[in-house]
Design a protein around this ligand. Structure first.
Ligand SMILES: [Zn+2]
Length: 176
């Protein structure tokens, strides 16, 4: 962890804190790892009961069907990277670890984003839709921080085809 960070956390116009490039970042560059305490999904659900939460802003990242990273416990600055429907970064999972990569060249000063694409369970209420409403302002904004409905339906079909409809997806996604 001796490489200096390519970004700095400061107040963002839209979403509280944000992560901003402090030097030009090259497309494909591995910017940072998303770190924190590794816990189970049931443990995450116990820690963060949606019903009792005022807003969605937790620092959970669903790594696999078993593991969630809770960045509010021992997490690094990666947790301040906000969501966008038209992001300049993406996350990739390598051997159970989550890294954030640049999707394109990013000039110094630009805010970093990736698509949270929270996994849908299929039974989202109107209140859920409100809570996870996206205000990223990009021309391609889909209006939700949750994954596109089409992605959810595609996953369901694939799971059904595998006869594993009960299994949770292991798609890389921020856990809502
Ligand atoms: Zn959006």
């Amino acid at each position: 962890m001796s490489t200096p960070l390519a970004f700095k956390v400061r107040e963002s116009a839209v979403a509280g804190k944000g992560a901003f490039a402090i030097r030009p970042i090259t497309k494909g560059e591995r910017i940072t790892e998303y770190t924190g305490e590794r816990i189970s999904h049931p443990e995450a659900d116990t820690r963060y009961d949606d019903e009792s939460m005022q807003e969605h802003h937790t620092f959970l990242f669903s790594v696999t069907s078993r593991t969630v990273i809770d960045a509010s416990h021992g997490g690094n600055e990666a947790r301040f990277i906000n969501h966008s429907c038209d992001p300049n970064c993406e996350t990739e999972i390598e051997k159970g670890r989550v890294y954030i990569f640049a999707l394109r060249d990013i000039p110094a000063g630009e805010e970093l984003h990736y698509d949270y694409a929270y996994e849908r369970s299929g039974d989202e209420t109107a209140e859920d839709e409100r809570r996870y409403k996206c205000l990223c302002g990009s021309p391609t904004c889909r209006g939700s921080i949750m994954e596109p409905k089409a992605t959810y339906l595609k996953r369901k079909r694939a799971e059904a085809a595998k006869g594993a409809a009960k299994q949770r997806s292991s798609a890389p996604a921020r856990k809502k």
